[in-house]
Ligand binder design. Structure first.
Ligand SMILES: [Ca+2]
Ligand SMILES: [Ca+2]
Length: 210
């Protein structure tokens, strides 16, 4: 368990259950296609080398900026805000950077998302709405499917071309946001009632963590 955000305002006890999946050091099998090594299909030794290359200032830790550059090299162009969110998700030591173990955890997480995307996209570069729904379900993220419900609104917010299809980067970004929503919700719902009440400042605090 890695609650890295501290306690939500106005909450007596923070019992967030969301944390980085403890799969550090798992050697991920490559998933075909790319001939040149990428962030995803790197084996453990390659991952160590990658970590050292990413850690440009040789601090032994990967910063948000360093990670952004690394992911961009792997074809994932994310905003610094999203990267910071990704770092928080895997930053078990809570120092705003990733050591090698945390980096491996991040790698495992992104690999899982990428593999899920590839499987459901069935070779295409984008997924349609049905495929997104099935992929999210597989990742235990089931949302309200009504026309104006959470699922469609969320996908829409990542579907910048408004054609009902999203690519892998958008799928990953969506997952990060949904995971963070889950984490924040659980922080405000320690006894798991399935319902929370927020005042304005708590809402602002929550949004700042997404
Ligand atoms: Ca560094
Ligand atoms: Ca850390």
């Amino acid at each position: 368990m890695a609650v890295t955000q501290g306690m939500p305002p106005g909450m007596a006890v923070a019992q967030g259950s969301y944390g980085a999946t403890p799969v550090a050091h798992a050697v991920q099998p490559g998933f075909g296609a790319p001939a040149q090594p990428s962030f995803y299909n790197a084996q453990q030794g390659a991952l160590q080398q990658w970590f050292q290359a990413v850690d440009r200032d040789r601090s032994g830790r990967v910063s948000t900026q360093e990670l952004q550059q690394a992911l961009a090299m792997g074809g994932l162009n994310f905003s610094l805000k999203l990267i910071a969110s990704l770092v928080r998700m895997h930053d078990a030591s809570n120092d705003n950077s990733l050591d090698f173990t945390e980096f491996c955890s991040l790698h495992a997480y992104l690999t899982k998302l990428q593999q899920t995307f590839s499987r459901h996209a069935a070779g295409a570069k984008e997924m349609n709405l049905q495929q997104v729904q099935r992929a999210l379900k597989e990742l235990d993220l089931e949302l309200d499917m009504q026309p104006e419900g959470a699922f469609y609104k969320t996908v829409q917010s990542f579907d910048f071309t408004h054609d009902g299809h999203i690519g892998c980067d958008a799928f990953i970004a969506m997952n990060i946001q949904l995971r963070n929503c889950h984490k924040m919700f659980n922080l405000f719902d320690p006894s798991r009632t399935g319902r929370i009440t927020l005042d304005f400042n708590q809402l602002v605090w929550t949004v700042a963590h997404l």
